[in-house]
Write a protein that binds this ligand. Structure first.
Ligand SMILES: [Zn+2]
Length: 166
């Protein structure tokens, strides 16, 4: 069994995906997060981003993907009031032609943009995804290894963190 962590960009256009993917891969190598073969680099070891100092490959997916992996999909929660959406309702609302709909919270009535819903196990469409196999990053939190923060700073835009259990 392997557990992957996914970091998804919301802001890379399909036309830019390959180039931005290459830029991300080059940056990961240059900064020591990855080796040129996309194994974990020294910075991954130094920051405690690996289980017991071991971890699997990094994979940059510079192409459109709809990420719906995981046996434990869960509806995300409203960032304002914490009301959780039902995952079946969520999947029905999901539309390939409009991957980032604004969805109203039935708890507080606010209209909430897709990327602002809080969760780690609902579908995300992304043109640029970084997959980390067996890395020890548990959440999108400042107390975790700073990879995600550094990616945000380098690449810009909105990135989200999710688990897959496959
Ligand atoms: Zn709400």
């Amino acid at each position: 069994m392997s557990d992957s962590v996914f970091l998804f960009s919301f802001d890379v256009a399909e036309a830019d995906a390959a180039a931005e993917g290459k830029r991300l891969g080059d940056w990961l190598v240059r900064t020591g997060w990855a080796t040129p073969l996309m194994d974990p680099g020294p910075r991954a070891l130094d920051t405690g981003a690996l289980f017991n100092g071991r971890g699997g490959k990094l994979t940059v997916h510079g192409e459109p993907r709809l990420n719906m992996q995981g046996v434990d999909m869960e509806g995300p929660t409203c960032p304002y009031c914490g009301t959780q959406k039902d995952i079946d309702w969520w999947l029905e609302e999901y539309d390939d032609d409009d991957p980032y709909p604004v969805l109203q919270c039935e708890g507080c009535g606010k209209d909430v943009a897709y990327r602002d819903w809080v969760g780690t196990a609902h579908p995300i469409a992304s043109n640029l995804t970084l997959e980390l196999e067996d890395w020890d990053i548990q959440s999108d939190s400042p107390s975790e290894p700073p990879l995600l923060a550094e990616i945000r700073e380098e690449m810009g835009g909105h990135w989200v963190f999710m688990w897959a259990h496959t």
